[in-house]
Design a protein around this ligand. Structure first.
Ligand SMILES: Cc1cn([C@H]2C[C@H](O)[C@@H](COP(=O)(O)OP(=O)(O)O[C@H]3O[C@H](C)C(=O)[C@H](O)[C@H]3O)O2)c(=O)[nH]c1=O
Length: 182
């Protein structure tokens, strides 16, 4: 695994190392020692998440206020447009967002520190997201930034179809109504 670029304050785009042969490929999707040496981070992941979504699904933009989660996000099937928004008032990139295509083919991973809202739009027939988090799920402190918030202005690669949203995400709040991180 290597760092491709640093995006927003503290977030990283990583490239996994693939050992390809006639059968296909092998990759260490996560190696604690190599990740720590590469990033200098002392991260203890407590939960692995796996979500499967069909084309046009948009999940997000979510964050947990009281138990903020850092995430290491990868796609192991299909392709998504993955987006993070910096919700940390003290950050030099506060209110800025970054998006990229994560796919089973490109083998990219996104390191998302605590304090970011996270979401994605599915671009393939189906997409499986695998991501590690370093804090427990806390639905009582979960907040949802509306995916189309005009102040943030995410340029989603939408098709002619509107995104498929959960009722929760359809009721996401505007940025100026959300509690933020210090
Ligand atoms: C996140 C989570 C959910 N759940 C249960 C709660 C619901 O019964 C069901 C679906 O939850 P939800 O609709 O919140 O799932 P997503 O819309 O994929 O939420 C995630 O979407 C964005 C992309 C994120 O980065 C977060 O990890 C997370 O908020 O799974 C759990 O049991 N544990 C969990 O950690």
């Amino acid at each position: 695994m290597r760092i491709l670029e640093s995006v927003l304050h503290g977030a990283l785009v990583l490239q996994s190392t693939r050992f390809t042969d006639d059968r296909g490929f092998f990759t260490e999707s996560y190696n604690h020692k190599k990740f720590s040496q590469l990033t200098g981070l002392k991260t203890h992941f407590v939960q692995d998440n796996h979500s499967r979504s069909k084309r046009h699904v948009l999940r997000g933009m979510h964050y947990q206020l009281r138990q903020p989660q850092a995430k290491l996000v990868q796609v192991c099937q299909g392709e998504v447009y993955d987006v993070i928004v910096d919700m940390r008032q003290s950050s030099p990139t506060f209110k800025q967002h970054f998006g990229l295509r994560l796919s089973a083919d490109n083998g990219l991973a996104l390191w998302v520190p605590e304090g970011f809202a996270h979401g994605f739009l599915v671009l393939s027939e189906q997409a499986d997201l695998h991501y590690k988090v370093n804090n427990d799920y806390d639905p009582t402190s979960e907040r949802c930034l509306h995916w189309a918030d005009a102040e943030i202005g995410i340029a989603w690669p939408l098709s002619d179809q509107p995104p498929l949203l959960s009722p929760k995400d359809a009721q996401g709040l505007p940025f100026d109504q959300l509690e933020l991180f210090p």
